[in-house]
Design a protein around this ligand. Structure first.
Ligand code: SAM
Length: 272
């Protein structure tokens, strides 16, 4: 058994691990958030212009979207399929991105992939975007407050003024309420995995161990995620030039509560 870093061997079976996820519905939800909050910004700008006597203009070009922690591009593909966004899909794992790259070949004009570690890899990254996304627990891989601060600063630096940052998080309630799903196994094209999780409610650390069997051998990965609470995230968000727009419970449009298992956050870049 070889011990390897997270999302190296797992990349081979990742799509099977995520088999239960309805990425088409998730993309629909995210596009709805983008549309409704962009529209609200447009209305505010239109009102301002009307007061100033200036002509109101709507943004007609397609949005530029940077996706952090995009993995194998499962959500990216749905977002491209359901809208006219231009996307750069990034991830720290080259093994995951290799699969994303071949998945996104159907949208060569509107997508590309790039390696980016969102906790400490921003210095060499260039570009400015209308929307930045970090979805399906990427945020939970940040274990320390200083790593969260570095991620948020990178996002603020690369968002256009008024641009949106949409990310989700898993909370301690998700880990506590779903302990029944802590063990499972699956297979993809001859490769197999066994997954076992545990949750420490003192540290709020959620640990997942994967045993992965491929034609190249047996591999073990340990993933540690931090289940941040609603209040912790709220406090951490205060340190950056991003304004709170909304925090939603799960995939709904209801406000997040401290008991929410998953929260979708929407933030807007303050004008520079
Ligand atoms: C659960 S997967 C989600 C992937 C994708 N968003 C999806 O919905 O299928 C989490 C992803 O975050 C990536 N990740 C974790 N920490 C990261 C970091 N510091 N920088 C960039 N990517 C990271 C992992 O490599 C992995 O691909």
């Amino acid at each position: 058994m070889k011990f390897v870093r997270p999302y190296s061997a797992l990349a081979r079976v990742y799509d099977a691990v995520m088999d239960h996820v309805e990425y088409d519905a998730w993309a629909d939800y995210i596009l709805h958030l983008m549309d409704s909050w962009d529209a609200k910004e447009d209305e505010a700008v239109a009102d301002e212009n009307a007061t100033d006597g200036a002509s109101s203009e709507r943004q007609t070009s397609s949005r530029s979207v940077l996706e952090l922690g995009a993995g194998t591009g499962l959500l990216t593909l749905e977002l491209l399929d359901q809208s006219d966004v231009d996307m750069i899909a990034t991830d720290a794992s080259e093994d995951m991105l290799r699969l994303a790259s071949s998945r996104l070949e159907v949208f060569p004009e509107r997508s590309r992939v790039e390696v980016l570690d969102f906790s400490n890899g921003w210095s060499a990254f260039t570009g400015s975007f209308d929307v930045i996304l970090l979805l399906f627990d990427g945020y939970n891989y940040l274990l320390d407050e200083k790593d969260v601060a570095a991620m948020l600063q990178g996002v603020a630096d690369h968002l256009n003024d008024g641009g949106l940052f949409i990310f989700d998080q898993s909370t301690p309630h998700n880990s506590i309420n779903n302990a029944d799903f802590f063990e499972d196994e699956g297979e993809l094209e001859g490769a197999e995995y066994i997954r076992k999780s545990s949750f420490d409610d003192k540290s709020n650390l959620h640990t997942t161990d994967f045993d992965i069997q491929t034609s190249e051998g047996s591999f073990h990965e340990t993933h540690v995620q931090r289940a941040w609470t609603l209040d912790e995230t709220k406090r951490l968000l205060k340190s950056v030039p991003l304004s709170h727009v909304a925090a939603y419970d799960g995939f709904s449009l209801d406000s997040a509560q401290s008991e929410s298992e998953r929260i979708h956050w929407v933030l807007r870049r303050n004008p520079r």
